[in-house]
Design a protein around this ligand. Structure first.
Ligand SMILES: [Zn+2]
Length: 334
């Protein structure tokens, strides 16, 4: 029997959470004009959330159109970020890393710097209103040129340690392999900006290999890693974090069934596996929900559930004192 209340009350950490895919439905409604919203509640829910039997990545990606429209103003960016803190507080998340792609909100009247500043403002407001600490991960996009991504990184760099905590690479992994962005990550290293990279979400072991070679501290999803004993061993030795997002992986068809899910395999290989939400609204989920799924795979083993959260504290991009505080709270959870 898995104890949902126990999981809900645990001090939790979410390190892989996209802002656009996690804006609460009511917040979307408040940020868009009547003309931009679909008619009726059912239609709005359908536009924002995948169906029970999501057909795959194409259906999944369609759900980002509407929330992305909410992120085209300073107010929208800030409000959406504060709203995410509220959702996190409701289930006792203590530390959250929120990621988003600044360039998707840039237009002639809104600079990249202003876009990132607006989310940082939301983060500060969220930290003030709720007992949660957080950091912003800026996502470079795979379909963008290296030059454009470096331009974004340049703006984000000014806020590193002041709200921004890391860099990520998101977008279509199969069409735009990671090596295309080598220069971006070399620049990030030079500027001492740590990074995670979406890798092996839909099967590409090559992208996992490249991310490790580039110096990624964490792998987003990392499902394809299960195909290589050698790379799993490298991840163990380098203490690279694996950001797993069960519901999302199932909905995008990164796996066909839970039997294929490598959570137990990664744990058996001593990897620093973590459980995350990916997109709270699109995936209709929460950290409690994702940990419930993990708990079921792990036969309700409370010690391992807490271990997953300790992994998250260890591989998070948080400052050392925050990490120590999280570990202390987790030690008291059993
Ligand atoms: Zn993601």
């Amino acid at each position: 029997m898995i104890d949902r209340e126990w999981i809900k009350n645990l001090p939790k950490i979410d390190m892989h959470c996209h802002l656009d895919g996690s804006i609460g439905i009511e917040t979307v409604r408040s940020l868009l004009s009547k003309g931009e919203l679909p008619f009726g509640d059912d239609e709005l829910n359908k536009a924002l959330q995948v169906s029970e039997n999501c057909t795959g990545l194409t259906e999944y990606l369609k759900k980002f159109e509407l929330p992305l429209r909410c992120l085209q103003t300073e107010k929208g960016l800030k409000t959406a970020t504060v709203n995410l803190f509220k959702q996190a507080a409701d289930e006792n998340i203590q530390y959250i890393e929120i990621r988003f792609a600044p360039m998707l909100s840039v237009y002639p009247g809104l600079s990249c710097k202003k876009v990132i500043e607006s989310v940082v403002e939301g983060l500060r407001e969220g930290e003030k209103q709720y007992p949660i600490r957080g950091g912003i991960i800026v996502c470079a996009m795979r379909h963008d040129t290296v030059e454009k991504n470096i331009e974004m990184l340049k703006a984000a760099r000014e806020m590193l340690g002041g709200g921004v905590c890391a860099l990520d690479l998101a977008g279509d992994e199969s069409a735009y392999p990671t090596w295309l962005q080598r220069e971006l990550f070399n620049r990030a290293k030079k500027w001492e900006m740590p990074f995670t990279i979406h890798s092996g979400e839909c099967g590409s072991l090559e992208n996992v290999k490249e991310a490790i070679a580039l110096g990624a501290r964490r792998l987003g999803h990392g499902i394809a890693l299960k195909k290589s004993e050698i790379l799993m061993e490298v991840c163990r030795q380098k203490r690279i974090g694996i950001e797993m997002c069960p519901s999302s992986n199932r909905q995008t068809k990164a796996i066909d069934s839970w039997q294929e899910y490598p959570l137990e395999l990664f744990l058996a290989k001593d990897l620093l596996v973590t459980i995350n939400t990916d997109n709270r609204t699109v995936s209709r989920t929460s950290m409690t929900e994702e940990l419930m799924i993990a708990a079921e795979m792990l036969q309700g083993d409370k010690e391992i559930i807490v271990q997953l959260l300790k992994h998250a504290a260890e591989v998070s991009f948080a400052k050392e004192d925050i990490k120590e505080q999280l570990i202390r709270k987790l030690n008291k959870a059993l």
